[in-house]
Design a protein around this ligand. Structure first.
Ligand SMILES: [Zn+2]
Ligand SMILES: [Zn+2]
Length: 358
């Protein structure tokens, strides 16, 4: 079958091959025919080494499709079921899950070191234990979450990562209060989802910050009350908050430089919510005086920071009610053969989300 493969870390293009086989099917597993998958920034971060990932590998972790086959012991899924992929399934039994923090469950990551694919030349891993830039993938049954019939595959794929991450940051982690002021730094698919989340929570001002003009224009369509280039953020802070800083600032880039800007843009006692996934060797510097004296709350948010299954259901309910726009996030569509076009669209900043249709 066909799959897009990265041969080594640092490679900036993917090769679409037709000699790849999904492996590992057996008890507790399901085989999924992927129908739609989004290109998320984390896929690029895995390719360039910012996020740790063994190679060669098939990127992609935001996907949806149909169940082809279920292994022994899988009772709640059957062939033909429409599902979205959860790249961080909660096991339900570990200490994190028992505390109600299933998004911190590491049980699913135990598979990340096991190859998910095979080629004549050897083993191939799947990104984050999934790997959706492929026609078929074998995953733990917990990674396959059934979706209602009215949710198209492309929308379901988005809910599998970007939408859940952005909405959850605003709703679950930061718990944005009605009437508050918000700044969102980085307005790709996740940042736009954070903007939609802040709007749902009733934020009075939502300032979108992005160097790319088309993204600033998009942010306004999705609920931002103002959109500025990064060099105008200090001015917006002065004008909107009388220099005090925003009640909530979302960092959706994953770099220490933008996190530092976000920290300085947050008011004393306000909340800095770190959503971007950054590198292990990129350090955020804070001095011990400001940390204590300004009492800013630094709240990292991983995968939406809540029960992911509940977050999926909420996203679907809000989408169905017309309270969030998910179709509008998909600005580009390509077949698997056009995967490198998708990468170019992301790197240039012109895409909010590119959907790869299989
Ligand atoms: Zn993602
Ligand atoms: Zn667990």
């Amino acid at each position: 079958m066909r799959a897009a493969v990265v041969h080594e870390i640092g490679q900036d293009k993917l090769e679409v091959l037709d000699d790849v086989e999904a492996v590992g099917f057996g008890p507790g597993k399901v085989r999924i025919r992927i129908r739609a998958t989004g290109l998320c920034h984390s896929d690029v971060s895995a390719m360039n080494g910012v996020l740790p990932q063994p190679a060669p590998f098939v990127p992609g972790h935001e996907g949806a499709g149909e169940i082809l086959d279920v292994g022994d012991g899988v009772s709640r899924l059957a062939a033909g079921d429409r599902v979205l992929m959860c790249w961080l399934p909660a096991c339900g039994g570990c200490a994190a899950c028992r505390r109600g923090q299933g998004h911190l469950c590491l049980a699913g990551f135990m598979n990340a070191g096991t190859p998910s694919f095979r080629r004549p030349g050897g083993d191939v891993f799947g990104f984050a234990g999934t790997g959706t830039f492929t026609e078929e993938v074998v995953v733990d049954a917990g990674c396959a979450v059934p979706i209602p019939d009215d949710v198209p595959f492309d929308i379901a794929a988005l809910i599998g990562c970007g939408v859940t991450t952005g909405l959850g940051a605003a709703i679950n982690t930061a718990k944005v209060e009605a009437g508050s002021s918000v700044a969102v730094i980085g307005c790709g698919g996740v940042g736009i989802s954070a903007i939609q989340g802040a709007k749902l929570q009733g934020a009075a001002q939502i300032v979108a910050v992005d160097p790319v003009e088309s993204r600033r224009e998009a942010a306004l369509r999705f609920g931002a009350t103002e959109a500025v280039a990064p060099d105008r953020l200090a001015d917006a802070k002065q004008r909107i908050t009388a220099g005090e800083g925003f009640d909530y600032v979302f960092e959706v880039v994953g770099k220490s430089a933008t996190a530092r800007t976000a920290y300085e843009t947050t008011r004393r006692g306000g909340t800095l919510c770190v959503v971007g996934a950054g590198a292990m060797d990129d350090h955020l510097r804070l001095n011990m005086f400001e940390l204590f004296f300004d009492e800013k709350r630094i709240l990292p948010s991983m995968y939406g920071g809540g029960d992911v299954l509940r977050s999926y259901e909420r996203a679907i309910a809000l989408w169905r009610a017309g309270r969030i726009d998910l179709a509008g996030l998909i600005t580009h569509r390509v077949p698997l053969a056009g995967i490198n076009d998708a990468l170019a669209q992301m790197r240039s900043g012109e895409a909010l989300r590119t959907c790869i249709e299989l």
